[in-house]
Design a protein around this ligand. Structure first.
Ligand code: NAP
Length: 300
């Protein structure tokens, strides 16, 4: 940690899940989390209980006036108006944690001479206690002018994260990428759980069975990369199994059949790259997957 970071008074405006994770992480790294403000009382109390040494302020401007580095950890759409309603000075460093929001949302502070930056931890912040555990090793997408970027990189390292310099203009794509392995992964788990429920199992039963598979999939990808980490009927070229899946899904869960087709088509190039799926078998699988459920019924 650089001495300049240790000397900074850090404040949070917005005491939601990200603030309730980052503030204790910074405090645990011997940084000075000095003050915070939240519009509603509940989140303010929760953050206060996690970092008792930080002062709960009654107005956001008090955080700005009493701190050097201020995190605007409000919801994305509130970043610009909240920043615009505050008075900033050149001594301030103003940060938002949104993945997709451009730094221009902080232009009001920049116009007052403040340094502005983005600090986006690629992590799921649903429960701050769980997220705090998951911070170690997690990537933080950082965008700022070079001097301030170095400070934010040190800040990320001080809490065990991996800083990643984001070039200007890529935030929306960078953030969309995180959705595939965060919220969309949960959507896929839900698809699987619903199938289990159809034969009488509970969500807990289904998740208990799926978690070792999920962990095994992650381990296989970490070991061999995407293509080599992929098993399953597309990788093997088992057209008959694919047809069984499609017919069962189309009969009971037509929207799940449509999603299965989309996803299995994305598996085909990986099977070819893996070397276990021949080009003719890949073409056969693609033909089956491109047939709609109605066309499938007609040929079966
Ligand atoms: N959740 C994640 O997984 C995640 C991951 C990485 C980055 N982020 C980013 O971190 C930031 C905070 O997200 P979060 O998950 O911590 O959100 P959150 O738990 O929903 O908390 C949002 C906070 O913003 C406050 N707020 C909302 N609108 C406001 C307004 N108009 N004026 C003042 N305060 C307002 C809320 O105050 P009240 O309590 O009064 O409503 C609440 O404390 C966002 O930019 C988000 O994109 C989130």
């Amino acid at each position: 940690m650089s001495t300049s970071l240790a000397a900074l008074r850090i404040g949070f405006i917005g005491a939601g899940r990200v603030a309730q994770t980052l503030a204790p992480a910074f405090a645990g790294a011997d940084l000075n989390v000095a003050a915070f403000y939240n519009r509603g009382r509940d989140a303010a109390q929760q953050l206060g209980s996690r970092v008792p040494s930080a002062r709960s302020m009654t107005h956001a401007q008090q955080v700005v006036d009493s701190c050097d580095m201020v995190f605007l950890t409000v919801s994305d759409d509130a970043i610009l108006p909240v920043c615009r309603d505050l008075r900033w000075e050149p001594r301030h460093r103003v940060v938002h944690c949104s993945g997709a929001t451009e730094l221009a949302a902080l232009d009001h502070a920049k116009a007052a001479g403040a340094s502005t930056g983005g600090f986006h931890p690629m992590q799921m912040f649903a429960n701050p206690d769980v997220a705090l555990e998951g911070l170690r090793g997690c990537t933080v997408g950082i965008e700022a002018e070079p001097d301030f970027r170095r400070d934010l990189e040190h800040l990320a390292v001080s809490i065990g994260c991996e800083p990643l310099a984001l070039p200007a203009g890529v935030r929306a794509l960078y953030h969309a990428s995180a959705y595939y392995v965060g919220p969309f992964l949960i959507a896929l788990l839900k698809e699987g759980v619903e199938l289990w429920k159809s034969f009488g199992a509970s969500e807990a039963d289904a998740l208990r069975a799926m978690m070792p598979l999920l962990r095994g999939t992650v381990a296989a990808v970490l070991d061999g990369g995407l293509a080599n980490g992929m098993g399953g009927c597309v990788a093997r070229g088992d057209v008959g199994t694919i047809l069984k899946h499609l017919r069962a899904l189309d009969e009971r869960f037509p929207p799940s059949g449509a999603l299965y087709r989309e996803l299995a088509l994305r598996n085909v190039p990986l099977g070819i790259e893996r070397g276990t799926l021949s080009a003719p078998r890949a073409a056969e699988i693609e033909k089956v997957l491109r047939r709609s459920s109605r066309e499938e019924q007609a040929v079966s």
